[in-house]
Write a new protein. Structure first.
Length: 217
């Protein structure tokens, strides 16, 4: 009886130790996997910034080629968050890698739309804007360039915008109107431009009203 009891105790101890070791190995594996993903993401961002910087410097110092401009546009951030990660300013982390040169990089993006790959540039601007909101510095300058395009030559932009789902168009117009001192009403000039295009007038109004509601809340 004592032998049986001792055997059971020993087996339970071994089983417990084995389970604990499995848990430790699992936790270690999960930690390693999470850490690896974080490192890979950081490395990818550095690689993308390096690529953008490389083509920016190449275009700035050499004769501009359509191929290099296309690669520059491809390397430019495609979302509002990545735009902020490249050019923004964080209260805790400070300046992002390209904060001081942001305006020049944005100018190059808009210049690219005049020389080549216009559709790619316009799609990229819409993708950045659709989840964007006003901020100082680089974001404010991007909005300034966007306003200039809408004022001077909006037809191609509105054509591409009209092909997007309404949620994207609403986000775009929210970004357009958002700011520290937003307009109180939509200008008649802008309404006329939208009406002449195939873009969604209702999306424009919803984006505008979303900005107004934000000011009330």
């Amino acid at each position: 009886m004592n032998k049986v009891f001792c055997t059971i105790v020993i087996l339970n101890i071994c089983l417990f130790i084995g389970c604990e070791q499995v848990k430790k190995n699992k936790n270690k594996s999960e930690y390693s996997e999470g850490t690896t993903k974080d490192i890979s993401k950081a490395e990818q961002q550095v690689s993308e910034i390096d690529s953008l910087t490389y083509y920016f410097k190449k275009i700035s110092s050499e004769k501009v080629s359509d191929a290099d401009l296309t690669r520059y546009v491809y390397a430019f951030p495609s979302t509002f968050q990545s735009f902020q990660d490249y050019f923004g300013f964080d209260d805790e982390e400070g300046e992002m890698p390209l904060y001081k040169e942001a305006n020049a990089y944005i100018d190059m993006l808009f210049l690219s739309s005049e020389i080549c790959c216009k559709d790619e540039v316009l799609n990229k601007i819409i993708n950045i804007a659709k989840q964007g909101k006003w901020d100082a510095d680089a974001v404010n300058y991007l909005k300034h360039k966007l306003h200039e395009m809408i004022e001077d030559n909006p037809d191609d932009l509105f054509e591409i915008l009209s092909q997007k789902e309404q949620r994207t168009q609403i986000g775009f117009w929210f970004f357009h109107f958002d700011g520290p001192h937003p307009e109180k009403e939509i200008s008649q000039r802008l309404l006329e431009k939208i009406t002449r295009s195939r873009a969604d007038v209702n999306a424009l109004k919803k984006g505008f009203n979303k900005v107004l509601k934000q000011g009330v809340d």
